[in-house]
Design a protein around this ligand. Structure first.
Ligand code: B3K
Ligand code: ZN
Length: 872
């Protein structure tokens, strides 16, 4: 692979944010003529090139995995040099037409970047730097060109030929091929280019924009899948309406197309007017998809649609600015989901991601600010930090400015920068200019990596009736950043009295923490209050505050914020997780406070609570999020404590789970909020019943499975049976496999169940499944479902003390290093944290990393992560 090389060449490729330079040349127009063929696709690119600034530099274009056929400058054969994946053309005029002919091999493209085959179809993925695998080009986001694309292909095999913009012409050739010409009126960076060719079923609809224009909506799915495409179409229409209502942003082209493909490295891609989607985020019907699948489809359809403004019309100047579009668009999709569904439940689920895997990333060898400073392989920076923490940073701005000023800032940002490629600083500047609020200090969130810690102590002065909070902030050092500065942290707090009564709005405030230490005083407080801290998780920080159990119980029972009720339960559980891990290590008996059972029982009995909230409270943190409570991870202790807590709750509240199961069981399937919440709670009840596991419990689980008319209920029963290691699990798995074995997306659930099995032979099962007919090493969804789940979501088995889990993952990564480095680079994550484990595991994990480091053809993707981890 020509983009790869030995360690030294790779190091030379490290790029720095501050080294940004404006391009020497721009391309204003590119006309592509693409003759599709499985192994010999021909690409003729005619570009209008213009020199920028006063210099005599050569034109240097990026290209990878290309066969160069010819280069012409103003129609004349040109001389050129090929050096390190770049095409150099010396002595070019200031303005000229450049014609480049290349040949590519889409069928051999297993990396799924550039033009490749997904099953029978051709499709593309160009972000971040995939366009250079289609033709030699100025592959950088600040070069914006108008594109026309003529696609020619065999008509019988590829009746549908798509690209960005509007379809302007088409025709048939005598040899059985046909062609379609597309023209995109909006100048765009090449990462937004897309091409799709294949034989699809199409679902058509229209949307009328607020200014009265009719937009054609077309959703392309594999033949036979139309009955699974309606929800995605509904989601698209909801997204378009929501962006008009909440952000005042209207769609700009006459057509919006979405294509679902089976082979895709990530979720979806926002190519202008032609989104390409992983079929996982398009296809759903009640029988084959869960409530979570439905939710995710709506969320991802929204996310890609919202990029049309935040990403496409206004794009990134360089890739270091990725969070400009991703953090903002994640914030927008979270708000969309929250406006359409439950704000609290959305917030809880997003916060779990930050506190779990994002905090882990923040403290590990790949730790980086939301706007990274050094990048080797850009694909490695589509991270939880850039996306999810990036969204938290936007959310903090929203909290500080309020909705009105935030929207004023958005409007200014859009009007000021429409059609441009800009920076995160430009965004913050627009927010500051529109609001009049000084954001100088706030900008540090863009440059500082790591998770800030807020250490809070309180004091009650009965004589003066004052309640004081002393807030200290510090951010532990991270890779490349030893010294940290104070950040602007919005800290939302509210006070309650000892009966759990809310003290009123003057005691419910967002405090602006801006210094290393600050004291905040509340006056006229009659008795020592109970404080709810970091309401709605108002900042992505770790909180240190010593709560008495009784105060947490009070917040769980009485807080007027549903989020705080959940969060207080988390804090209580975390307190006992920490304590019990220590007790386990000291060989002491594990304990829980007796009131936990009575307070939790009340929650189950309370008919007024959102069922999903109750479900979330009863979901004990996963072992990997428990790990985030500790600097040094004790896998065995964490596993024991998790089992202990779940067993204790299952035993103590057994009858209540039985009752709650019966009263929340839903009738015929409906995709409505109240039923979704009930199914959620039912799945938790089933899980506890399975852990308890007597004959009656087993009977309930089996009959739940047998009578289910939807995938959510089917999987709830199977998940429970697996967790309780019940004998009925094996039969369920066999029946499921027989029914779904030809449907990869549905089988992913089955692979995930296998991969998360608590059973001691889990790894050998996972290994044997590599040859299962439904599995494929070429399909990223299958890889993530089986291997990704085993190594990231089954910590106890993956971290087996004999190192077998590590060796297994190491071997898989060595294989994927060649075929699909991007996916390999995602799957390696659990190995990177080796420093936090005991010496035996550390040694074994390190051994696997070293083996990878010794691979002669290590991809840039893996090299960056392995070398950063080993350098720690
Ligand atoms: N922008 C794409 C992600 C591209 C990832 C490239 N490795 C999807 C999204 O965030 O909407
Ligand atoms: Zn995105």
């Amino acid at each position: 692979m020509s983009a790869r090389g030995d360690a030294m060449t790779i190091i030379a490729k490290e790029k720095h944010r501050l080294a940004y330079q404006t391009p020497d040349f721009v391309i204003t127009q590119i006309d592509l003529d693409i003759l599709l063929d499985e192994n010999h696709t021909k690409v003729i690119a005619v570009s209008q090139v213009r020199r920028e600034g006063n210099h005599k530099n050569s034109l240097v274009l990026d290209g990878e995995e290309l066969i160069l056929l010819s280069v012409r400058v103003d129609k004349k054969e040109a001389t050129y040099r090929l050096e390190n994946n770049q095409l150099h053309i010396d002595n070019v005029p200031d303005s000229f037409e450049l014609t480049i002919e290349t040949e590519i091999n889409p069928a051999a493209n297993s990396a799924l970047e550039g033009l490749y085959k997904s099953g029978a179809a051709f499709c593309t993925q160009c972000e971040a730097e995939g366009f250079r695998r289609i033709t030699y080009y100025l592959d950088r986001p600040d070069v914006l060109a108008r594109f026309t694309t003529k696609i020619t292909a065999n008509k019988a095999a590829y009746p549908i030929l798509l690209s960005n913009g509007n379809r302007v012409a088409s025709g048939d050739n005598l040899d059985g091929s046909h062609w379609v010409m597309w023209s995109d009126p909006y100048p765009k960076p090449c990462y937004l280019f897309a091409l799709v060719a294949g034989d699809f079923d199409v679902l058509k609809d229209t949307f009328t924009t607020k200014s009265g224009r009719t937009v054609s909506l077309e959703l392309f799915v594999d033949k036979g899948n139309l009955n699974r495409s309606q929800h995605a179409m509904n989601s698209l229409k909801k997204s378009m309406a929501w962006d008009e209502q909440r952000f005042g942003l209207e769609y700009d082209l006459d057509i919006y197309m979405v294509v679902a493909v089976d082979f895709f490295n990530m979720g979806a891609m926002e190519n202008k007017g032609l989104n390409v989607f992983n079929s996982k985020f398009v296809l759903a019907n009640p029988e084959s998809a869960t409530d979570t699948d439905y939710f995710d489809i709506e969320r991802v359809i929204g996310h890609e649609y919202f990029h049309n403004w935040t990403g496409n019309r206004i794009t990134c100047r360089d890739w270091f600015q990725l969070s400009l579009k991703e953090g903002l668009t994640v914030f927008r999709d979270q708000e969309f989901s929250s406006d359409l569904g439950s704000r609290t439940i959305n917030r809880i689920r997003n916060v779990k991601i930050i506190r779990g895997p994002q905090f882990a990333e923040d403290s590990g060898p790949m730790s980086h600010p939301i706007r990274p400073d050094v990048v080797m392989e850009m694909n490695n920076f589509y991270t939880l930090t850039v996306y999810e923490k990036g969204s938290e940073v936007i959310r903090m701005l929203h909290t500080i400015l309020g909705e009105t000023l935030f929207q004023k800032g958005m409007a200014l940002y859009v009007s000021r920068h429409d059609g441009q490629a800009v920076t995160c600083d430009d965004f913050v500047q627009a927010m500051q200019d529109a609001s009049g609020i000084d954001l100088t200090l706030f900008r540090r969130w863009y440059s500082q990596s790591g998770t800030p810690v807020l250490n809070i102590t309180d004091e009650f002065d009965a004589v003066n009736q004052q309640y004081k909070l002393t807030v200290k902030q510090h951010t532990p050092p991270t890779k490349g950043q030893a010294d940290k500065q104070a950040l602007h942290i919005p800290l939302s707090v509210a006070l309650y009295n000892k009966y759990g009564e809310y003290l009123g709005e003057q005691y419910d405030q967002v405090l602006n923490v801006t210094q290393e230490q600050q004291v905040f005083v509340f006056s006229d407080v009659a008795d020592k209050p109970v404080v709810a801290l970091l309401q709605d998780f108002s900042a992505p920080v770790r909180l240190e505050f010593t709560y008495e159990d009784q105060d947490l119980f009070l917040l769980i029972q009485h807080s007027k914020s549903a989020f705080i009720r959940w969060d207080a339960a988390q804090t209580l559980l975390n307190k006992y997780i920490r304590l019990n891990v220590e007790r386990f290590q000291q060989n002491k008996e594990l304990i829980l406070p007796p009131s936990l059972f009575s307070v939790f029982a009340e929650l189950l009995r309370d008919q007024t609570l959102d069922k999903s909230l109750v479900a979330e409270i009863f979901r004990i943190p996963s072992e990997s999020s428990m790990a985030e409570l500790f600097d040094d991870i004790d896998i065995d202790a964490i596993h024991a404590v998790k089992c202990f807590i779940e067993n204790a709750i299952a035993t103590q509240l057994h009858e209540l789970f039985m009752e709650s199961y019966q009263s929340n069981k839903t009738g015929a399937y409906q995709l409505i909020q109240s039923d979704i919440a009930k199914r959620d709670l039912v799945s938790v009840c089933l899980m506890y019943l399975a852990i308890h596991g007597n004959e009656r419990d087993q009977h309930i689980i089996l009959s739940h499975y047998q009578s289910a008319d939807n995938m959510t209920d089917v999987l709830a029963a199977m998940q429970a049976a697996k967790q309780g290691e019940l004998s009925i699990f094996a039969e369920m798995m066999l029946a499921f496999e027989a029914k779904w074995k030809t449907d990869g997306l549905v089988m992913d659930n089955w692979f995930r169940l296998q991969a998360t099995s608590p059973s001691a032979n889990c790894l050998s099962t996972v290994k044997s499944l590599l040859t299962h007919p439904s599995f494929s090493m070429q399909n990223p969804n299958r890889l993530r479902a089986l291997i990704g789940t085993f190594s990231a979501a089954n910590s106890y088995r993956f971290h087996a003390i004999d190192g077998s889990g590590y060796v297994f993952l190491g071997e898989i990564l060595a294989q994927l290093n060649k075929s699909n480095p991007q996916v390999a680079s995602r799957l390696i994550t659990p190995l990177l944290q080796f420093k936090r484990f005991d010496t035996v595991r550390q040694g074994l994990m390190k051994q696997e990393l070293q083996k990878l480091a010794g691979q002669p053809d290590l991809s840039r993707d893996l090299f960056e992560k392995v070398s950063r981890a080993l350098a720690e």
